[in-house]
Design a binder for this molecule. Sequence first.
Ligand code: URA
Length: 221
Amino acid sequence: MDNLKLISDYYHFSEVFDRLIYSKKNQNNKKNSFENLKKEIEKLSTIYNKNINNLVFADGSKNANLMIIGEAPGSVEEKMQKPFVGDAGKLLDKMLSSINLLRKDTYITNVVNFRPPDNRKPTTTEINQFFPLIKKHVDLIKPKIILLLGSTALETFFNKKYSITKIRGTWLEIQINNKIYDCLPSFHPAFLLRQPDQKKFSWVDLKLIRDRLAKINSVYG
Ligand code: URA
């Protein structure tokens, strides 16, 4: 009897040990993948030929269900090396808190990870250089939902012209590496700062996100 208990304890502990090693390996692999992605993005650092070309990689939790993708960093973001920390970012924080989310519960990045000169929109050629990298980024996070802020993020993933006014608030699907992601296009907070009367539509979209996340949490716990 004692022997049997010893054997069963042995198998139990070796299984726990194997699982610990496996999860540590997975964490290390994931860490390496993020570091590799950062290095790949860094290779594009000369794209804008400016004095400062700080990489603005991402902010938030790598385990987030919600990934938020904007266009490109502005000057405050470039200085702080964090996405969405200027005026548009402050509004984004408020938008998130209106549906009881903190930025640390989400994962935030941009299509383009360096600030274009004079805060201009990135060109199609520039976006095409970053596109494989933002796809890798999504593939590493594997979010349950993607919130695409503004027409640049939307058109990057769907490779066609859209009217953000018409399509916002409509769930769309994108496939990356054999996985389908649910995406919601919505107004960019910088646009909402210019046109505050449009916030009512943004609120509709935020509630869609809130309800979808609640459903996901009830299924995945
Ligand atoms: N606008 C964006 O699209 N991204 C940022 O990080 C800041 C402003």
